[in-house]
Design a protein around this ligand. Sequence first.
Ligand SMILES: [Zn+2]
Length: 194
Amino acid sequence: MAALRVKLMLTAYTLDRRDRIIAVSPEWDQFALDNEGRSACADLVVGGRLMDAITGDSVRMFMTAILMRVRVSGQSEAVSYRCDSPTTKRRFVMVLEPLADGGVRVTHHLEHEELTNLRIRVRTADYGQRALQRCSICCRIREEGVWVDPFEENRNRDLWVIHTLCDDCKQAPLQRYRQRQLRDPPETAQALGA
Ligand SMILES: [Zn+2]
């Protein structure tokens, strides 16, 4: 998911009911050219499958579950996440809104940015390479069984990682969804068996 976020931050895209990207926001091309180069521009991204752009099975499953809930419930969901650069902690919110015909609009907003004097370099490990697990939502890494924020360790790091989700981030959207169903049950809630 990390690579996808760089392309999509501050932008929006629309998915059809089969999770194909059918439209991107007007600022996409400029942002893509500034950050990713020509290959990320709208004429090449539109028509692709969202899941092909997401790294890590557990991250794909996480997105699939949220998209399913949004479609079945007819209610929007918001997910807070971190998308750090090597020197900057950044917090975003991703909002998923259901559209007609099973489509979903996904918007990414930057909420908070904090420049540090650290340098945390993160690279995706090759298959079989020794690496740490890194949560694609909160950007924490798992060291000796504990999820830690690399910026909190106060030292420069050069990390090779596998993209996954920590248990907190895996469960948080479903817990929020269930709480909302109890508080404000939509008419279609039975369809999920929730
Ligand atoms: Zn996490």
